[in-house]
Unconditional design. Structure first.
Length: 161
């Protein structure tokens, strides 16, 4: 399993997930740069993602929805704020209505995904920062750790294909 560490800190408002992959940084980068690859790993197995729009550059936007086992759809978006290909990118990740209008009733997080060479492969660090301890707790209660870990753990199979 790629996920090797998960920590959340209500004082610093952060959720950090660390994963190791047996592939070079450039290959792991492609998982996020290519919308067809991204949708294979963005949602957990029971909530696969469909990427509708994908503009991974500063000022760009990624719109997606995940479809649950009963056909229910849950939309989200990224507002891309920085890109340092293939080492990192930063974005706001939020929940949205099905027309991709941000949903202000659910938390949005500021994220930085970093990819570094490590032990012949790649160490990925996924950092999310939330506006308040209450909002971080809200996504923790919604199962973000379990869902994100399941999603990230799918990346190995994609990298091997």
């Amino acid at each position: 399993m790629p996920v090797i560490d998960v920590k959340h800190d209500l004082d610093t408002l952060t959720l950090t997930i660390v994963a190791d992959f047996a592939a070079p940084v450039e290959r792991v980068w492609q998982v996020y740069a290519d919308p067809r690859q991204l949708e294979k790993v963005w949602g957990p197995p029971t909530y696969p993602a469909t990427v509708v729009d994908h503009d991974l550059r500063p000022g760009g936007r990624v719109n997606y929805f995940m479809t649950g086992p009963e056909g229910d759809k849950h939309a989200g978006y990224w507002l891309v704020t920085a890109v340092d290909e293939p080492d990192s990118f930063a974005f706001e990740d939020g929940f949205a209505d099905l027309d991709f209008t941000p949903n202000p009733d659910l938390p949005a997080s500021r994220n930085v995904y970093t990819f570094t060479a490590h032990d012949g492969g790649t160490r990925a660090t996924y950092l999310g920062v939330y506006p308040s301890a209450e909002q971080l707790q809200q996504v923790l209660d919604m199962g973000v750790v379990e869902g994100a870990s399941l999603a990230i753990n799918q990346i190995d199979d994609l990298l091997a294909s």
